[in-house]
Design a protein around this ligand. Structure first.
Ligand code: SAM
Length: 175
C-alpha cells in the first residue's frame, strides 16, 4: 500500500459524538488510513484511547484535532491530496472508484452533523456508499476497503505487541 490516506472527521460534537468518533479512528487505522484529523474541540480521552490501541496493536497512526476544516483541506490540497467526501448524495462508489484509485494521496471527509454545502463544493469527489442513509463508520470502512482493493485486510502493523494468528481464530470454550 503505497498510498497516503488521511480521514477528515467533520463537525465532531464533544460528548455526543465521542464514541462514534473513536470508532471512526479505529476503523481508519484498521482499514489502512495513516491519520485522522478531527474538526472540533481537542479531546485527550479520544487521543489516549486510540494511542492505547496503537501501543498494543501497532501503528503508525495519528490523531489530530483542528478547528477549521477549510484550513486543513487547503493545507492537504497544497500537499497534493485530492478530497473525497462520503455522502449518500454523491456518485455511487462502484461507478467512480477506478478514478479515485488513480490518486495516491487522498483525504476522506466524513460527516457527523449536517455537512455544509462548502464541503460538497470543495471536494473532488462526492461518493455514495449506497444511496441510503446510514453511518460514517460504515461508509468509511467500505470506502477504504474498495480504495485499497481489500489489500488492507492483510496489513501488518509495526511495533504490535499482540498479533492474532489462525490459532487465535476459535474462541475458547466457556466453562
Ligand atoms: N444527518 C446528517 C445529514 O443529514 O447530513 C448526516 C448523518 S450521517 C449519520 C453522518 C455521515 O455518515 C455523513 O455525513 C456521511 O459522511 C456518512 N454517510 C451516511 N450515509 C452515507 C452513504 N449512504 N454514503 C456515504 N456516506 C454516508
Amino acid at each position: 500500500m503505497d498510498s497516503k490516506v488521511v480521514v477528515l472527521r467533520y463537525g465532531h460534537r464533544t460528548g455526543r459524538d465521542d464514541r462514534v468518533t473513536t470508532h471512526c479512528c479505529l476503523v481508519a487505522r484498521a482499514f489502512g488510513a495513516n491519520k485522522i484529523i478531527i474538526i472540533g474541540k481537542e479531546d485527550k480521552g479520544i487521543k489516549e484511547s486510540v494511542q492505547k490501541v496503537c501501543n498494543t496493536w501497532g501503528g503508525p497512526f495519528s490523531v489530530e484535532f483542528a478547528s477549521s476544516w477549510q484550513e486543513e483541506l487547503k493545507r492537504l490540497k497544497q500537499q497534493g491530496f485530492i478530497a473525497v467526501h462520503l455522502t449518500m448524495y454523491g456518485k455511487p462508489i462502484q461507478d467512480i472508484i477506478d478514478n479515485v484509485r488513480k490518486h495516491k494521496k487522498v483525504v476522506v471527509i466524513i460527516g457527523s452533523k449536517k455537512v455544509e454545502i462548502g464541503v460538497y463544493r470543495e471536494s473532488d469527489y462526492n461518493v455514495a456508499i449506497t444511496k441510503q442513509p446510514h453511518s460514517e463508520i460504515a461508509a468509511l470502512a467500505v470506502f477504504l476497503d474498495w480504495y485499497f482493493n481489500g489489500k488492507e485486510l492483510n496489513k501488518r502493523f509495526s511495533g504490535a505487541k499482540i498479533i492474532l494468528t489462525e490459532k487465535d481464530e476459535k474462541p475458547k470454550k466457556r466453562k
